[in-house]
Design a protein around this ligand. Structure first.
Ligand SMILES: [Zn+2]
Length: 298
């Protein structure tokens, strides 16, 4: 099962025969448009209705209390902004519907919470930096009173901020700086060499290293340093490549990839699988778990 930022993600994609009605144009999404369904149906019903009817009305993803379901490819436009065939909203933004908004209640609250997390993850996937300029509401494009419940409750500012905060949280650089691969030292200085390997180059530590490598009575002479340098270089095993630092500890490969800012789409995962010796990658749960272990190191 696939998750996006911890939210269950499924698809019921519109058949290509309906592209001309539902999503005629190729699109590189630049922003997200948030909607309320003004209905009390679950996401799978919203999407199945969308992809089977013949109306020129469409949205990309519906989110309910259980997860997110996609109906329109994210690289095609959908008709959800009411700003016309060439409107910016219709042609450049991904439409996300939040379910159960008509009656509200706990299912709606959970749907909205899920949408906040999902949209933050979606922004990462789509390389959209979440800001007040990229997280838009339907109303911004056509003046329609949507997302109606959020507007009625005067919470647009806080919902928008919650999405941006969540995006910032999951994209925040890990607290530890990324280790840069050390360049092989070509110079003759033992200190430079140790520094390049991020090894303590103090006299005390060099003395220890010298003793370990059979250099007696190390006092730091040029000859001893050269001897030590040669021994260290000779015994240096190729450094294992460190997995990228991530604070993510969960079990979702996609979430892990998002947390280390790597592409998480299927073709990228297939490539990582090949690189990590996993043959015939099909994206099964077992393969994803195996790949996560290999990439993260646990
Ligand atoms: Zn709307």
């Amino acid at each position: 099962m696939v998750q996006v930022n911890g939210i269950e993600f499924t698809q019921n994609l519109v058949p290509t025969s309906k592209y001309s009605i539902k999503c005629p144009n190729v699109m590189v999404a630049k922003k997200i448009t948030v909607h309320n369904t003004y209905n009390d149906a679950k996401a799978s019903n919203e999407v199945s209705y969308e992809v089977t009817n013949a109306n020129q009305v469409s949205f990309h993803v519906a989110v309910d209390d259980l997860g997110a379901m996609q109906g329109i490819p994210l690289n095609r436009n959908a008709w959800h902004c009411g700003d016309g065939a060439n409107g910016y909203g219709n042609r450049n933004t991904i439409g996300v519907e939040i379910c159960y908004s008509k009656s509200g209640g706990s299912k709606y609250t959970k749907s909205e919470q899920n949408a906040i997390k999902y949209i933050a993850g979606l922004c990462v996937q789509q390389k959209i930096v979440a800001t007040v300029d990229t997280i838009k509401k339907h109303e911004d494009w056509s003046g329609k009173h949507c997302p109606h419940r959020i507007l009625d409750e005067k919470r647009w500012g806080s919902v928008q901020k919650a999405i941006i905060d969540e995006y910032n949280r999951i994209t925040k650089a890990p607290s530890k700086p990324e280790t840069t691969p050390s360049k092989p030292s070509t110079g003759g200085s033992i200190v430079d060499y140790l520094n390049s390997k991020k090894i303590d180059s103090s006299m005390a530590n060099r003395k220890k290293l010298a003793a370990k490598h059979g250099i007696a009575n190390y006092t730091g002479t040029a000859a001893q340093n050269t001897a030590l340098l040669n021994k260290l270089k000779a015994s240096a095993a190729p450094a294992p490549s460190k997995p990228a630092q991530s604070s993510y500890k969960g079990n979702s490969l996609v979430d892990y990839l998002v947390s280390v800012k790597k592409a998480s789409d299927f073709s990228a995962r297939a490539k990582y699988a090949t690189q990590n010796g996993i043959k015939s990658y099909k994206g099964t749960a077992a393969q994803n778990t195996q790949l996560l272990k290999k990439m993260r190191g646990f």
